[in-house]
Ligand binder design. Structure first.
Ligand SMILES: C[S@@+](CC[C@H](N)C(=O)[O-])C[C@H]1O[C@@H](n2cnc3c(N)ncnc32)[C@H](O)[C@@H]1O
Length: 240
């Protein structure tokens, strides 16, 4: 190669190959991720949070392969929540309280986060983690079907966060009319559903995700954007 000529990019891969293979082991093949795995690692380091309880939750999620929103989406919802001054958050599908930890920081000591889950053990653990973080007094847990609790709820939310079984996603849409304030945000996790949304997958869960996406897309009351981080996050501002 003449002096000064640029090396083809792929030749760098040989140099970085051991590191690259290590990352493949950690994250799986590139095709299973929306981001190049090098960038994924870079972001993972940037997004790390120095908090003992949160990191216990990360470890537990990794050990049990429990799907949590993770720090990238956590930072996004934190930012969005603060931007609209959210004080009341209703979560549908709280698991062991990871996403609620972020929302509890959004609402502050005078706000309220409603957690819902069908599993008692999840909510008991959520209470334990939130207590350890000094956040439990701004949280309220409802055991059972989140849709039933949300329908019975007569409050007005600044944020509605959706992370329940995906086939039930469209059922949330009519409930938002009276329960999400104008100027409030709908945030929906797993809106890209590992790519199944475009693969012609016929599962009920995939149809559920697609239907809610189309409902929001077709409703002029919502300004929306899909943020393709992790498994995709739908963010929608209710403007009317
Ligand atoms: C993906 S996990 C939630 C993770 C959580 N949002 C986080 O990021 O930390 C989904 C949870 O929703 C619960 N779930 C699923 N369908 C539900 C429903 N209809 N009502 C209440 N909880 C539900 C499951 O038990 C599970 O704990």
């Amino acid at each position: 190669m003449p002096v000064g000529a640029k090396q083809p990019l792929h030749s760098n891969l040989r140099v970085f190959r051991p590191a690259y293979l290590q990352l493949c082991e950690k994250y799986g093949p590139v095709s299973e991720n929306m981001l190049d795995i090098g960038l994924k690692e870079y972001l993972s380091q940037l997004n790390a949070v120095d908090d003992l309880v949160l990191n216990d939750m990360h470890e537990r999620a990794a050990n049990q392969r429990f799907p949590i929103i993770g720090p990238e989406v956590g930072r996004l919802v934190h930012l969005l929540g603060k931007a609209i001054g959210a004080k009341t958050v209703f979560e549908l599908g709280s698991g062991f309280g990871y996403s609620a930890w972020w929302f509890a920081h959004v609402v502050g000591p005078d706000g309220l986060v409603y957690l819902t889950d069908t599993k008692h053990e999840n909510l008991a653990d959520a209470e334990m983690y939130l207590e350890r973080s000094g956040l439990l007094d701004r949280c309220c847990t409802y055991l059972g079907d989140a849709l039933v609790h949300f329908e019975a709820w007569n409050g007005k939310a600044d944020i509605v966060f959706v992370d329940i079984d995906k086939q039930d996603y469209p059922k949330i849409f009519p409930l938002l009319n009276d329960r999400l304030r104008i100027g409030g945000m709908l945030i929906v996790d797993n809106i890209l559903w590992s790519g199944r949304v475009y693969m012609g997958d016929d599962a009920e869960s995939t149809h559920g995700v697609q239907q809610l996406t189309q409902l929001i897309r077709g409703d002029a009351r919502y300004l929306w954007s899909i943020v393709p981080i992790r498994d995709g996050v739908l963010t929608a501002l209710k403007v009317a």
